[in-house]
Design a protein around this ligand. Sequence first.
Ligand code: SF4
Length: 368
Amino acid sequence: MRGRTLTKAARQAVDKSTLGTLRPSGTYAATVLTSTDCNLTCSYCFQNEVSVPGATSRIETVRLRASTVVSIRTFLAQQMARQGVQALSLLLFGGEPLLNLAGCIRLLDECRPLGLADAQMVTNAVLLTARTATRLATTGLTGVQVSIDGGRESHDSLRLTRRGRATYDRILRNVSEAAQATDLDWHFRVNVSHRNVHTLHGLVRDLADCGVRRKSLHLALIDDVGIGFGNDLRLGKDLAKTFVDVYTMAIGLGFGATVSADGTRDCPYCARVGGAEGAVINADGSLYSCWATAGKPGWRVGDVVAGYQPTEVLAPRWVNCSHEAASHGTTREVNQFRDRVDVGILEALASRRASMQSQGRDGVSTSL
Ligand code: SF4
C-alpha cells in the first residue's frame, strides 16, 4: 500500500487473488431464475422497463417447471463435461426465487448429483421464514444473499410490497429466525444511493443484532440504467471515506467483506463469449450472457435444449450486467475509489485478525 491507495503491484495481487470472489474456484457457475415475477416493487430494478409507481412494467413472468429443471440438469452436465469441471456453483435468482419454492427445491435436488460445491440464493427475504430456510438448507442450499436498501426509513420508502407495505422489520425478523434455525452463510448486499447513504451505520447495527454467525457485507451503488431512477452519488474521497467507515464498523462487528472484484474481467458468465465457465438460465430454459439481460426480448443467446447459438449470432448480444448503466465517475475516479475502499477493507480485516490473535482466537478469514 502507498498512503491510502494500493500500489500497482498490490492492485494486481488483489485482483489475482480470491479476495474479491464468493464463488469456489474450479467450479462451473450457473445462475437459474426460478421466477421472474417479484413480490416487491423496487423502482430501480433493472428488470423493469420503466420506473413507475408500483413498478409493474417488468420482464415477462415465467416460472421454472419440472420439465425445464430436467433439461437444465442435462445441459449443465454437458457444459461441465466439455470443460472438464466436476463441481457446480449454483445461484438461485429471480425476480424473487421464493415465489417458486417448489422450483427451487426441485432444482437443488436435480443439481446435487452434479457435485454441488455451493448453492446460493439472491432473495429479498420477505418470504424466507425459518421453515422455508430449513427446507432449502436440508436440500443443499449453502448461503443466502439478502438485498437491503439502507436503514429502516429509506429501505421502507424503496422496498415495498405490491400492496405498498414496508418490509424492513419483516426481513430482519426472517433473517434472525432463519439464521437460528440453519447453518446458512449470509451475505448482505446494500443498494446505496443518495437516498440512503446516511443510514448505513444504523443498518449495520440492526444487521449485527440479528445474531447471524457467518455473515458478510457488500455496499453497491445503485446504477442508473435509463429507467428513470437516478443516483446522485459520485465517486470521490468523501464517499470512499463513508464506505470505509461503514466497512470498518461492520468488520469490527464480525462481518466479512470482499475487496472489489474486477467484475467484468472475472465474471464466469460474461467474461468469455459462449458460456465456457458459466451460464445464466431463465425460468423457461433460455440462455443469456448476464443477469441484466435475462428474460429481456432481443438478448437471448440460446436455450438449454439446443445449446448456445453460433458465435456470429450471439456475439452482438454478449454483454455484461453494466452494459446499460451510467458510470458513477471517470475511469480514474472509479479506480481511485476502488483503491481507497479496498485499502480500508484490508486494513480493517488485518486489524480484526490481529485483535483476535492477541486474544488467542485465530482463523479469521480475509474475505468472509
Ligand atoms: S426485490 Fe429484486 S427483483 Fe424484486 S423488484 Fe426489487 S430489485 Fe427487482
